[in-house]
Write a protein that binds this ligand. Structure first.
Ligand SMILES: *[C@@H]1O[C@H](CO)[C@@H](O)[C@H](O)[C@H]1NC(C)=O
Ligand SMILES: *[C@@H]1O[C@H](CO)[C@@H](O)[C@H](O)[C@H]1NC(C)=O
Ligand SMILES: *[C@@H]1O[C@H](CO)[C@@H](O)[C@H](O)[C@H]1NC(C)=O
Ligand SMILES: *[C@@H]1O[C@H](CO)[C@@H](O)[C@H](O)[C@H]1NC(C)=O
Ligand SMILES: *[C@@H]1O[C@H](CO)[C@@H](O)[C@H](O)[C@H]1NC(C)=O
Length: 399
């Protein structure tokens, strides 16, 4: 009896993507973050104005608002928590005014309510806010973090030209990765070298995610700059590799429109970036909560195939672009993006752009509206996409 395996075009395409990823599979093997990390960080909203109640209040709000039900789990303290080192032990000391009960107290609280805790350090001797960095104290700091119950470490990269110090980023980030491993605790390692030194070529072996761009800002043009920087990095990201980190989110911080925040969130989901919220969770309007808890959009971000979207179409004269992300159930997520500053546009999706026969019938669903739009073959036109807006579709092949 002969045994022939017939694969549909969709299955064939999916297998090709998995093979591409296996080729570059040299991942950090710590079992953390099989999908992009999700949580919240202090930096975008609070900067250095942090203290124990800011952390606890936002953690409680992440639970009370229901955001935890969508997968958000990390509560991360960014820069400005440390004030120095203990003179005899060299251990990091948390600001005694802002954190009177210490960091372990907060970690214990977060664990008691089912959350995880992240902390911040720097690969150089000092952080951007002139707090102590981990250079020369990597194992001590990793051990300190582990003893406090830390689950996520972001390690920043203080610009060397600012002061008289040079260090090799690959050696220093590898050292911290090894030191975290030596603690025996499962710790998500987030490299934050903002996309320089070809970080995507070496970070997958030592980190769960790596920043791929300069710091985010709460403005549209920066969102577009960060998007454009992801395009050459597609193959670095993936299951068994780690995630291109586009930086924490600005959704809800007030300087962009709801349409722009919706597009910002859609892009982070399509590109498989970690989703680390950066707004005040204790005071969110309905639009902010709706964006951050968009179930079907988050499902795209957390898709287990782990393939970052790639651009299949660009019209520079009208400023429209189309991005495609194959999903684990054989369907595709497709983002139709209107980058035009002024014009509301109809954007046509030629289904041939997905690499499959245009004769196939597809069920098309609107991921934001959570509505099926109908069955199409050949092409689908999304009418009236507003300036800086996008439409995200799920394309389900029917034959
Ligand atoms: C440490 O690294 C080894 C080898 O990659 C891995 O098997 C182990 O799970 C890691 N342990 C932790 C705690 O990350
Ligand atoms: C707000 O957005 C505008 C327009 O994009 C930008 O010029 C400005 O710098 C932003 N302000 C802040 C505080 O981010
Ligand atoms: C990703 O890898 C595939 C297969 O090797 C290649 O065709 C494609 O150009 C790569 N993409 C990028 C952006 O490097
Ligand atoms: C780009 O958009 C313009 C204006 O709608 C249209 O005339 C042109 O044919 C489009 N170009 C491509 C390559 O699709
Ligand atoms: C958009 O409109 C503004 C203000 O009307 C104008 O200054 C700008 O040139 C327009 N941009 C484009 C790309 O047409």
């Amino acid at each position: 009896m002969s045994c022939e395996v017939w694969l549909s075009p969709v299955q064939q395409q999916t297998i090709i993507f998995i093979l591409i990823q296996l080729e570059s599979c040299i991942a950090l093997n710590n079992g953390v973050a099989p999908t992009p990390g999700m949580g919240w960080s202090t930096w975008n909203r609070y900067g250095c104005n942090i203290n124990e109640s800011v952390i606890i209040d936002n953690a409680n709000a992440m639970i009370k608002s229901g955001l935890v039900n969508y997968g958000y789990e990390y509560i991360n303290i960014d820069d400005c928590w440390a004030v120095g080192r203990n003179e005899s032990t060299n251990e990091l000391i948390a600001d005694p005014v802002a954190f009177p009960n210490g960091i372990k107290y907060i970690a214990d609280y977060l664990h008691s309510v089912g959350l995880k805790m992240g902390i911040y350090t720097d690969a150089s001797p000092i952080t951007w806010q002139k707090r102590p960095g981990s250079f020369g104290f990597e194992q001590l700091d990793a051990d300190t973090f582990a003893s406090w119950g830390i689950d996520y470490v972001k390690e920043d990269w203080m610009k060397q030209s600012f002061y008289n110090w040079t260090g090799d980023p690959i050696a220093l980030y590898t050292k911290m990765s090894d030191c975290l491993n030596a603690t025996g605790r499962d710790i998500y390692f987030a490299v934050c070298e903002w996309g320089i030194d070809n970080v995507q070529t070496w970070a997958p072996a030592i980190a769960n995610s790596w920043r791929t761009a300069p710091d985010i800002k709460d403005e549209w043009t920066r969102i577009m700059e960060i998007l454009d920087l992801q395009l050459p990095l597609t193959n670095a990201s993936g299951v068994g590799s780690g995630w291109n980190d586009m930086d924490s989110l600005e959704v809800g911080n007030g300087n962009m429109s709801t349409i722009e925040y919706t597009t910002h969130f859609s892009i982070w989901c399509m590109m498989a970036s970690p989703l680390i919220m950066g707004n005040d969770l204790t005071n969110m309007d309905d639009d902010t909560l709706a964006i951050l808890s968009a179930t079907e959009m988050i499902e795209v971000n957390q898709d287990t195939l782990g393939i970052q979207a790639y651009r299949v179409y660009q019209n520079t004269s009208e400023s429209t672009e189309i991005y495609v992300r194959p999903l684990d159930d054989g369907t595709h997520a497709v983002m139709l993006l209107n980058r035009n500053d002024n014009d509301t546009l109809n954007i046509e999706l030629d289904l041939g752009l997905l690499g499959l026969p245009t004769t196939l019938n597809c069920l098309i669903r609107d991921i934001w509206k959570q509505q099926d739009l109908g069955v199409y073959s050949g092409s689908y036109i999304s009418d009236n996409v507003p300036p800086h807006g996008c439409v995200v579709l799920k394309v389900v092949w029917m034959d």
